[in-house]
Write a protein that binds this ligand. Structure first.
Ligand code: PNS
Length: 166
């Protein structure tokens, strides 16, 4: 398999909301790809109750990466492998924080490999200070009045606090 002239990486997830950990992974992906598409999934493999609407998540991610011309943000329905094909993506990027992430990630990567053998999954490791952050913990801590200002960007923090206030 030859290396494409311009590498497009898809960074899929729920991003409910985007955290500093996600930001870290998307920026690291720029080291191996020419373009990164942050892709907000309508359907997550995890059963989760959402806080932000998909369009709000996209908007927040766009505001976080404003000025970063190599990062695009989209949402998608259906299978990740189909969306990757539509977008001409060569790689799927996922963050690995701890061993506890590994089983779920390996299973998804292998299923995606089976569904599209041409699509590679690349695991990237966040900085240690971001390795315990998850959207679900951010939502929970914020809902219970805890300070999450170091775990999300200011735009996300404002929307999170406004949302929890309503
Ligand atoms: O942030 P998450 O919720 O862990 O991300 C999981 C996600 C969205 C990457 C995964 O559920 C996904 O790819 N969903 C799209 C539907 C799909 O392709 N499912 C089969 C995955 S093997």
């Amino acid at each position: 398999m030859s290396r494409p002239a311009s590498v497009v990486a898809l960074y899929p997830g729920s991003f409910d909301p985007i955290t500093r950990g996600h930001e870290d992974i998307a920026r690291r992906a720029l080291r191996v790809a020419d373009r990164v598409i942050v892709a907000v999934a309508y359907t997550s493999t995890h059963t989760k109750s959402g806080l932000f609407e998909i369009d709000e998540r996209v908007e927040l991610i766009q505001s976080v990466f404003e000025g970063e011309s190599r990062i695009e943000v989209m949402s998608f329905t259906g299978l990740l492998v189909d969306f990757a094909r539509e977008q001409g993506a060569h790689l799927v990027v996922r963050g690995l924080r701890a061993v506890s992430d590994f089983e779920y990630e390996l299973q998804m990567a292998q299923m995606n490999q089976e569904l599209n053998p041409d699509l590679e999954t690349l695991f990237l490791v966040p900085e240690v200070k971001n390795s315990f952050i998850s959207s679900s913990l951010v939502r929970q801590v914020a809902a219970l009045g805890g300070d999450v200002s170091t775990f999300v960007s200011p735009a996300v923090l404002n929307r999170l606090l406004a949302k929890l206030d309503t």
